[in-house]
Design a protein around this ligand. Structure first.
Ligand code: C5P
Length: 295
């Protein structure tokens, strides 16, 4: 058996950091969105595990989240222990970039391997995904979704659609852990957590690009250390974006445009920024996401 699956990127329409937790992670309230920018994972059954990637900057050893996903799945399902797979990763999503590329690859590996090895997806797939990284469970769901906890507790939301998005990734490698660490937030009390989560849960289902403010609480910490990210956002707003915000812990910034013509003119205007990667994308609804991944 051999087949290919897309591994879509995400943006965060909003990302609120509610505070620090006892375990050192941060409690989040974020609205995730799948976008059309994607990597591709090609699967083929062979005797051993083989991971290859067209981008030499991506390591394909045990540190790769795809390899970790294989191991975690084999730990959870005894009948697939010892099975092999050739996985060829074609990389387009900047990494790192705040677009969930590695997390998406891990989730798609879990989905693809269940299909390759002809086993039912286990009920504990969300927990296996969460053990690989905070963003991984979201990519089992896709579309517009609310993430709470570490960002790993996912609830689908009504799809938000936008056709004329731009994602701009400056050449800055940001470590998610160090950005969360530099927010310097105190540990949340149980009362604060309940109060802040209640507000967030009440607001999330009504999220709308027209009415809601796009707010990423990590933007300040990133801007302080990487002014280039601020410069990207300012350029996009200046050039006519209706809204723009950083995605995840950066460095990518996304912008929404009213018209395709405006977006096209902005792509042209950014041509002089040779170190910025520019992607014209649109949102991917949950139905399209599920169909593309055979869910
Ligand atoms: O879960 P993930 O591997 O993506 O997280 C990378 C790092 O980012 C964690 O080790 C942690 O330092 C930080 N983080 C956090 N709070 C979150 C998610 C990540 O502090 N909700």
């Amino acid at each position: 058996m051999a087949f290919e699956l897309p591994s879509f990127a995400k943006i965060n329409w909003t990302l609120r950091v509610l505070g620090k937790r006892q375990d050192g992670f941060h409690e989040l309230c974020t609205v995730f969105q799948t976008v059309s920018l994607c990597d591709t994972l090609a699967f083929e059954e062979v005797d051993e595990l083989e991971l290859t990637c067209d981008d030499p900057r991506i390591s394909t050893d045990e540190s790769n989240l795809i390899v970790k996903a294989v191991r975690a799945l084999q730990d959870a399902i005894p009948s697939v222990r010892g099975r092999g797979a050739r996985i060829q990763l074609t990389k387009r999503i900047p990494s790192p970039g705040g677009l969930g590329g590695g997390s998406s690859n891990a989730a798609v590996a879990l989905i693809g391997l269940c299909r390759l090895w002809e086993v039912d997806r286990p009920d504990e797939l969300p927990e296996i995904a969460a053990s690989l990284g905070s963003d991984v469970p979201y990519f089992l769901v896709g579309g517009t979704a609310l993430g709470t906890g570490r960002g790993d507790k996912i609830e689908p939301l009504p799809d938000v659609g936008a056709d004329n998005l731009l994602i701009v990734t400056p050449d800055v490698a940001i470590s998610t852990g160090s950005i969360f660490g530099s927010t310097g937030l105190p540990i949340l009390t149980e009362d604060e957590l309940v109060r802040k989560l209640t507000v967030c849960r009440n607001e999330a289902p009504g999220f709308s690009l027209r009415r809601s403010e796009l707010k990423n609480d990590l933007e300040g910490a990133v801007a302080a250390r990487f002014p280039e990210v601020e410069r990207v956002k300012a350029a996009l707003v200046e050039l006519g974006a209706s809204v723009a915000a950083m995605s995840g812990s950066g460095a990518s910034v996304f912008a929404v445009f009213d018209k395709q013509e405006t977006r096209q003119a902005v792509i042209k205007a950014l041509g002089g920024e040779s170190t910025w990667r520019v992607f014209a994308v649109s949102t991917i609804s949950r139905a399209v996401y599920r169909e593309a991944l055979g869910l």
